[in-house]
Every structure is written in structure tokens, then in C-alpha cells.
Design a protein around this ligand. Structure first.
Ligand code: M6R
Length: 605
């Protein structure tokens, strides 16, 4: 959470940073600020509100300098107000911080900071401790400070008497850095760097990087010089713009046929799933006795689909655990448990910590990650990258379906590795998987009809979504999407559970969305729908287009999904639910891409 940016070079740092903060705003958008270091000293401009508000404030000031740091905040310690916005300054030190300093109260006492701080943040305390240790040697001050900190941090630091230099250090929270044609930059993710260069590096934890207009240098905490490992961004800058759409969420929904196709097709060889480029050996797929998927939010919902697929097709037990709960339930993972960590950002701290724990228990691990070089990718034994490209909208859409694509591929490879499928079965499954992009296009071509359907729930206070088995998993994600971007309370309910209490909440004012895509569950699902209709509920039904309904008049609306084999119906159904959520949010006039209180990358526990 929180976006950080730093630039030092020959250009005007203010404009570069404001543009970059706009690109990073999806990481947190409570407040924003910049600091510029120049011969005239350090100037800070910050405020609660969005980056556009900061831009207005900056325009009223005469800010000059070609070296600076900037921040967009998702509040953790201290409310949303101008004082708590970053950068924070103490003495000669000015910094921005992403993360949480757990022992900040102890530090306040230890360094007698009571009454000396001007904000309620843990971050300002770090500035004060740095100032305490600073005697002209930034490395020494950083080293001594870092050793006192407990928690997570990505820090970018200016010292008044170190002109044109930005120092950075991190633990867990990410920082990437790059050398550009006229200077050097750092950021919490590559989105802000990619307009300037495709070459970047991920800062290792507990290393100090110094950026100057001549480039970047890196040292370990002992002060020894460390070689930088360079990476290349493999998407171009146009992919992080809205491309003519009003919101990134719509653009990202529309990109799905392409990115799912890229994720799948690059891993098919001779018609079969192939992870040789990733180096994933068949034995870890063949030997494991059980699987544990760890993930949060949408990524966890992808895991639930994976569980249904693997249990049905491979016949081994799969647990899907919310990463934020993993550590608190005495997890039982061992060398026979293949751990699959799923994360778009690759930085979600709960998932990262759970993965590290599982590895300590001896579990083999594969991560499914979208952002190249992210912490989760580096912490796992093997990584399979989704080819979603940059996902900017806070609500995840294309990351979800590309994660599903990887899980479909993994299931097939696992079946092959275990000798469970004939050649014909494998080829048949893969050819159905290859149809997903074309089926998605078909759904997207009905965007206007889906927009109309969204209009039927826009005024609801609560929406229930019901289904069984795989349909229920689809709805968990559909419901999260609706809640997240429209602020309509919605619950996905396993339709067989309704009678155990929740049906009490169904009235004629409660729209119900039902998904029926699984032949073996159809008759039970349709009976469950009757039960809510008997209580007056208006039902929007999502069902395969070749399905005959005896009495479709009893449904308020029916949306026909293009037909795939049952196991793949998740794809057309999910994309439909994403569009419903999107249009509700759009028509309510909400900030679709930046729903209140959320942030794209959750790097605090
Ligand atoms: O980056 P990750 O995939 O690890 O993020 C996990 C969740 O925070 C994320 O999926 C979240 O639930 C989305 N905002 C949902 O749209």
C-alpha cells in the first residue's frame, strides 16, 4: 500500500513526480505529497486528497528542484489529514515510507520524541531516529536506524546536505529502481518507471541504494558494494494508459480475451500444457499428496476454482486458505503438500508470509504471479507468470481470469504427470481451454445487454448471488466485485445453505443473481431458485445458451452464456459478472477504479 516515487536528474522533478504519483495512485489515495531538494533547501508540498488536489496545491507554489521524492498514502497510523500526509521531515531528514513500523511507540520513548513530532504517523518517528543518528554519513545513519526498526518499510530519504541524492532501504515493502537517460528513479512498482525506461532492478531487502544523476549504487548493510541485477519490463507504456476507455476496469475487462490467450497459448506445446520454460518439474506435480492454495481476495477465489478442478480431475485433496488466516490456524503443511501461492501484485504481505512459513515446513511451492520479479515470485521455488500485463483498477478482473488460465493448465499438466489422462483426453481439454478467448469475445459483444441488466440491480440495498459447486465459486468472486466497486451489499451463498437461515433475508426487494452452468447441479439449483422466488425475489439467471428452460417467464431476466464444457463455464460467467459490477458502479457515478478505502497492493497485515 502507498505509492512511492523518487527522481534525481537533469529534469524538473516536480512534474515527473506528479505524473508518476498519478500512475501509482491505485496503491493508496488518501493523501499525497512531494519534497524537492535544491540549493534553496528542502521544500515540501503535501495534503489530504487525491494527486489532482496536490497538483493544484503545487501550482500555487514556486517549487523548484531536480531531485525529489513523492508519496501517495493509504492511511495506517494516523487519520487522513494534511499533517499525516508524507513526506515527513525531522531536522535534516525528509522521507517517505510504505509499510508499518510496529515498534514506533518504543522508539518515541527511547529517543525522547514526545512532543517533538508533528504528525501521528509511525513514519515521522523513523525520520526522527534517522536524524538522531545522522552525523553527515547517510549510510551509517540508515544502517543504525534500520537495525532499530521492527516491521515493514520501503523508505526513500533525502538529507538536506546531500544534494541531488536519494537514499533508499527496504524490508518486505517493495522498491524498484532504474537509471534513465537523464538521471535515476525509484518507485514502489514499475508502472511509474516504464514511461522512462524498460530496465530496472528490484532492491533486495536490507540493502541501501543511493541514486544520483549519474546513476545508482547499491551497498549491503555492512557497507560493501553489491552488484545490481537488472531486469526488463516486458510490456510497453501504452498498456498502463486507459486506451480510450473511461476507466481502467473496463479496459482491463475488455483485454481478457487477449491476455488469457497469451497466458494459455504460450504454454501449449504439441497441443499439451507445458511448463518447461518455467522449469516446473513434473515430479512436484506428480508426487504431492495434497495441495494447499494460499491467496487473498480475488486470487483466493481463483484458488477455489482451482480446488474444484483439481479435486474433480486429479482426485487429491486441495485446501484453499485465506493467506491472512493461514498462520493463525496451525497450518498443517509438509513436504508432501504442494503449496500454490496466487497473487496479482506478488507483494501481498499475508500471502508472502504464509508462503515463507510453508517453505520452512518443507513444502514445495509454485507461485502464480502477475508482476515480474515481485517478492512472492522470488520467495517461491517456481513461478508461473500470468500474462495479464499491468492491472491498474483496484478491482481485479484480468488478473483473475489469467490466474484461472494457469490453474486450468496446471490441472492438465498434473493429470499428464500422473498418467491420469489419455493423449486424446489431454488434447480435448486443451482445445476447449484454447476456446476461452473466443468465448470471452462473445460475452463482451453483449456488453450493452449486460449494461441493461446492471440497471436492474442498481437501486438495490442488498443483492444475493446463489449457486452450487463451481457456480458458487464463480459467485464469490462476482459478489466481491459488486461490493467492491458499487458499494451495494452483496452475498454469494451456496444455494443449498439458504434454508439454513439466510433465506430470511430474501424479500421482493432483494434481487438475486443465480448462476446455473453445471449439468450435475442444475436440477437442485433450479429448485433453490424456486425457493427464493416463492419469497418474492426477482431473479437474474445466468445459464448456458443451449439450455432449455420450461418456464423462463418466472425469471426477471435471463442472460445466456456461450457454451463451453462445464469445467470452463467459469470464464464466460465471470466476465459477465465483472461487467455487471462495472456498469453498476459506472452508472452510480462512482470512482470505479479507486473504490473508497481500498488500495491495489496490500503490503500491511
Ligand atoms: O495482489 P494480490 O492478488 O495478492 O491481491 C489480493 C487481493 O488484495 C485482491 O485480489 C483484492 O481482493 C482485489 N481488490 C479484488 O478485486
Amino acid at each position: 500500500m502507498c505509492g512511492i516515487i523518487g527522481y534525481t536528474g537533469k529534469s524538473d522533478a516536480k512534474d515527473i513526480m506528479l505524473d508518476a504519483l498519478e500512475l501509482l495512485e491505485y496503491r493508496g489515495y488518501d493523501s499525497a505529497g512531494i519534497a524537492l531538494l535544491s540549493k534553496e533547501g528542502t521544500q515540501i508540498c503535501k495534503r489530504a486528497g487525491r494527486v489532482k488536489d496536490l497538483r493544484d496545491l503545487c501550482a500555487q507554489k514556486n517549487l523548484v528542484g531536480s531531485c525529489g521524492i513523492g508519496h501517495t498514502r493509504w492511511a495506517t497510523h494516523g487519520g487522513v489529514c494534511d499533517e499525516n500526509a508524507h513526506p515527513h521531515r525531522f531536522g535534516k531528514v525528509t522521507l517517505i515510507h510504505n509499510g508499518i513500523i510496529e515498534n514506533y511507540r518504543e522508539l518515541v520513548e527511547r529517543y525522547h520524541l514526545q512532543g517533538k513530532l508533528s504528525s501521528e504517523t509511525d513514519s515521522e518517528v523513523v525520520a526522527a531516529v534517522l536524524e538522531h543518528f545522522y552525523t553527515g554519513d547517510p549510510y551509517s545513519a540508515i544502517r543504525r536506524t534500520v537495525l532499530k526498526l521492527k516491521g515493514t518499510f520501503a523508505l526513500a530519504i533525502l538529507f538536506d546536505d546531500q544534494p541531488e541524492k536519494i537514499y533508499a532501504v527496504r524490508n518486505v515493502s517493495p522498491i524498484v529502481a532504474a537509471v534513465t537517460t537523464d538521471g535515476a528513479m525509484l518507485s514502489s512498482d514499475v508502472a511509474a518507471i516504464v514511461p522512462f525506461t524498460a530496465d530496472y532492478f528490484v532492491m533486495p531487502e536490507f540493502h541501501v541504494v543511493c541514486l544520483s544523476k549519474d546513476g545508482a549504487q547499491m551497498f549491503d548493510l555492512a557497507g560493501d558494494h553489491v552488484e545490481i541485477e537488472w531486469l526488463k519490463v516486458d510490456w510497453d507504456v501504452s498498456r498502463s494508459s486507459k486506451g480510450g476507455y473511461p476507466f481502467f476496469m473496463e479496459k482491463e475487462i475488455m483485454e481478457q480475451p487477449k491476455v488469457v490467450g497469451d497466458t494459455v497459448l504460450s504454454r501449449i506445446r504439441n497441443g499439451k500444457p507445458d511448463f518447461s520454460k518455467e522449469g516446473v518439474p513434473d515430479h512436484i506435480l506428480a508426487d504431492c499428496q495434497r495441495i494447499c492454495v494460499i491467496a487473498c481476495g480475488t486470487a483466493m477465489h481463483a484458488g477455489l476454482v482451482g480446488k474444484s478442478l483439481i479435486q474433480a480431475m486429479i482426485g487429491i485433496h486441495v485446501d484453499v486458505v485465506m493467506a491472512s488466516e493461514f498462520m493463525y490456524n496451525d497450518p498443517v503443511v509438509d513436504s508432501d503438500t504442494l503449496v500454490i501461492a496466487i497473487s496479482q501484485s506478488g507483494e501481498t504481505i499475508d500471502t508472502l508470509e504464509a508462503l515463507k512459513f510453508a517453505r520452512k515446513c518443507g513444502s514445495p511451492s509454485i507461485s502464480v504471479v502477475n508482476v515480474k520479479g515481485a517478492s512472492i515470485a522470488r520467495a517461491s521455488e517456481y513461478v508461473i507468470y500470468t500474462c495479464a500485463g499491468p492491472e491498474i483498477a483496484v478491482a481485479s478482473t484480468k488478473a483473475y481470469t489469467t490466474q484461472l488460465a494457469v490453474l486450468y493448465l496446471l490441472t492438465a499438466r498434473m493429470a499428464m504427470a500422473r498418467g491420469l489422462w489419455s493423449e486424446e483426453e489431454t488434447l480435448g481439454y486443451m482445445s476447449e481451454l484454447s476456446r476461452v478467448p473466443e468465448v470471452m469475445e462473445k460475452v463482451l459483444s453483449q456488453k450493452d445487454e449486460i449494461h441493461r441488466l446492471a440497471g436492474t440491480i442498481i437501486n438495490a440495498r442488498d443483492v444475493f448471488m446463489i449457486g452450487r459447486g463451481l457456480d458458487y465459486s464463480i459467485l464469490l468472486e462476482g459478489s466481491l466485485k459488486l461490493k467492491e466497486v458499487s458499494y451495494i451489499h452483496s452475498e454469494a451463498y451456496a444455494s443449498g445453505e439458504l434454508k439454513h437461515g439466510t433465506i430470511a433475508l430474501i424479500t421482493e426487494d432483494t434481487p438475486v443473481i443465480a448462476v446455473v452452468t453445471q449439468e450435475k447441479l442444475k436440477s437442485k439449483e433450479l429448485s433453490n431458485i424456486r425457493e427464493v422466488q416463492s419469497r418474492g425475489a426477482r431473479v437474474l439467471l445466468l445459464i448456458k445458451e443451449d439450455e432449455k428452460l420450461e418456464d423462463d417467464k418466472r425469471f426477471a431476466n435471463v442472460f445466456r452464456l456461450p457454451v463451453m464444457e462445464d469445467a470452463f463455464m467459469v470464464m464466460p460467467a465471470s466476465i459477465t459478472l465483472q461487467l455487471i459490477a462495472y456498469f453498476v458502479s459506472l452508472d452510480k457515478g462512482l470512482d470505479v477504479d479507486k473504490p473508497r478505502n481500498l488500495a491495489k497492493v496490500v503490503t500491511v497485515e
